[in-house]
Design a protein around this ligand. Structure first.
Ligand SMILES: N[C@@H](CCC(=O)N[C@@H](CS)C(=O)NCC(=O)O)C(=O)O
Length: 199
């Protein structure tokens, strides 16, 4: 039985999972939920969120749960750093990107007047400051690409491609991180979404 990913090409959480599949070189089939307005997803899972996997007949929901499951079953090209302390920090950063940066993305996307736009920019600005410190002088947060970098990239990439907001030029380390991830993921341009089957 094949692994099937209920996917939306524009979802940042689906992109996160597609990168993990590609890193581990695990083949999977894509079911585009936009093709039938999530009808087959709702029939299979009774809920609307993607990414969702039909994992050889087992239903697995949520990008963090899916990534951890793929790591367990396909340990090659590990997505967590070595050592319990670093792994804990990595999981906390994954959660920060998924829960906090996504909020800033939604605020920016929904901003429809000067006041809400200013608020959303201030929210992102504080995160850019944090990220600029995190990525000062290093390619990845730990000694290799981990799920923390992938989750952070997925949110920044969504900000660039879907929200169409450019990271201000003063955040040089954030720009360097985006360029490094573009190269790592072999994207021709940052405007492309990631859909390579392997890395
Ligand atoms: N925490 C979840 C978030 C998933 C999520 O919010 N997915 C969005 C797309 S980016 C979705 O499917 N929303 C549709 C809905 O809630 O109706 C994860 O990491 O997978």
């Amino acid at each position: 039985m094949a692994i099937k990913l209920f996917n939306s090409q524009t979802s940042m959480f689906c992109e996160k999972v597609r990168v993990v599949f590609a890193l581990k070189k695990v083949p999977y089939e894509v079911i585009d939920v936009r093709a039938d307005e999530r009808k087959s997803l709702l029939e299979y899972t009774n809920q609307r969120k993607v990414p969702t996997l039909n994992y050889n007949g087992e239903c697995v929901i949520d990008s963090t749960v899916i990534s951890a499951r793929l790591e367990k079953d396909y340990p090659q090209n590990g997505i967590y750093p070595d050592g319990a302390a670093n792994k804990g920090l990595c999981l906390a950063l994954e959660d920060w990107a998924d829960e906090v940066l996504v909020h800033a993305n939604h605020a920016m996307r929904r901003a429809d007047n000067p006041e809400t736009k200013q608020k959303a920019e201030a929210e992102w600005d504080s995160h850019f400051k944090t990220l600029d410190q995190i990525y000062g002088g290093k390619k990845f947060i730990f000694d290799k690409l981990t799920i923390a970098d992938i989750s952070i990239f997925s949110q920044l990439h969504y900000l660039y491609t879907a929200v169409k907001y450019d990271v201000p030029t003063q955040y040089k380390n954030v720009h360097a991180f985006l360029e490094n991830m573009r190269q790592t993921l072999k994207l021709n341009s940052l405007a492309d979404s990631f859909d390579a089957p392997s890395l």
